[in-house]
Design a protein around this ligand. Structure first.
Ligand code: 5GP
Length: 262
C-alpha cells in the first residue's frame, strides 16, 4: 500500500514508480507468479506494466485490490490437518503427492492389519502389523485413533510421531477415514478437517472400479461405504475437489500455510 502511494505521489523515476506491478504483487504474502498473473488479468493491467505507468482507472483498481487484501482477516496456519473423503476419491494419491513435493509436511504413517499391496513399503505407506500387534498398540494407549474400515481391516494413527512433529513446530497431515476424522476432532479439537470430493459421483465410481485391486463383492461394499461417507461432507471445515492431484494437494497444503516448491 505504502509503495503504491509513494509511487503515485513522487517522481515517475523513483524506485517505487519503476517497480513492475508483477513484482509488487508477488511481494504480497502468499501471492506467487501464477496468482499475480491472474490478479493482473482481473485488474486489466498488462503483464509488463510498471506501478508509475498505470492509468487512473488501473491505479484505482490496484489500490482497491491492495486495500481489500490488507483488510482481510489473517489466515492462521493450521498445524494438524485431517484429510478424509470417500473411498477411492484419491486421498492416497494426494497425500503421496504431498509427501513427495512438500517435505515440510509431516505425513502420519498409519498402522494397519491389511496386507501390503504391490509397491507398498512397510514404514512408508503403512506400518503393517498383525492383529495381536495392533491390539497391543491400542491397549497401551499408543494410538490417537483407530477404526475398522470397510468392515474388514483395522487402521490406526500412532500418536507419538504426531506429538513429536507438532512439538518441533511442523505441520502434520493425517490421511484417514471418516470415523478416524471424527475421533481426531474429539481428541484434538484444534485439528482442521478437510473433505476430499470427487468431481462427480460417476467419476468416483470410475476411479473405484478402475483401480481393480479389489474383487467385485469388495468393490460393492466400498461403493456403499462411499455413499455414506459423501453424506458427511458438511461436518468438515473445508472441501477440496480432487479434479487434478497437484491442485488438490496445493489446496490442502495452503491450509497449513506451507511455502510452495512446485
Ligand atoms: P487402503 O486400505 O485403501 O489404503 O485404505 C482404506 C481406508 O482406510 C482409507 O479410507 C484410508 O483413508 C483409511 N485409513 C488409512 N489409515 C487410517 C488410519 O490410521 N485411521 C483411520 N481411521 N483410517 C485410516
Amino acid at each position: 500500500m505504502d509503495v503504491v502511494e509513494s509511487a503515485w505521489a513522487g517522481s515517475p523515476t523513483a524506485p517505487e514508480a519503476t517497480l513492475r506491478v508483477r513484482e509488487l504483487l508477488t511481494s504480497v504474502p502468499s501471492v506467487g507468479p501464477t496468482r499475480a498473473a491472474r490478479v493482473m488479468a482481473q485488474l486489466e493491467i498488462a503483464e509488463s506494466k510498471r506501478v508509475g505507468g498505470l492509468g487512473i482507472r488501473q491505479r484505482k483498481r490496484l489500490h482497491d485490490w491492495l486495500v481489500r487484501r490488507e483488510n482481510r482477516p489473517e489466515v492462521t496456519p493450521s498445524r494438524l490437518v485431517v484429510l478424509a473423503g470417500p473411498t477411492a476419491v484419491g486421498k492416497g494419491t494426494v497425500s503421496t503427492f504431498i509427501r513427495e513435493n512438500y517435505p515440510d509436511v509431516h505425513l502420519s504413517v498409519s498402522a494397519t492389519t491389511r496386507s501390503p499391496r504391490p509397491g507398498e513399503v512397510d514404514g512408508v505407506n503403512y506400518i503393517f502389523v498383525t492383529d495381536e500387534e495392533f491390539d497391543r498398540l491400542e491397549k497401551s494407549g499408543q494410538m490417537l485413533e483407530t477404526a475398522t474400515v470397510h468392515n474388514a481391516f483395522r487402521y490406526g494413527t500412532p500418536r507419538a510421531p504426531i506429538d513429536a512433529a507438532l512439538a518441533e513446530g511442523k505441520s502434520v497431515l493425517l490421511e484417514i477415514d471418516l470415523q478416524g476424522a471424527r475421533s481426531v476432532r474429539k481428541a484434538m479439537p484444534e485439528a482442521v478437517l478437510v473433505f476430499l470430493l470427487p468431481p462427480t459421483w460417476e467419476e468416483l465410481v470410475r476411479r473405484l472400479i478402475g483401480r481393480g485391486t479389489e474383487e467385485s463383492a469388495e468393490q460393492q461394499r466400498r461403493l456403499e461405504t462411499a455413499k455414506v461417507e459423501l453424506a458427511a461432507q458438511d461436518e468438515f471445515d473445508h472441501k477440496v475437489v480432487n479434479e487434478e492431484v497437484s491442485q488438490a494437494a496445493r489446496e490442502v497444503v495452503d491450509l497449513m500455510a506451507i511455502p510452495s516448491n512446485t
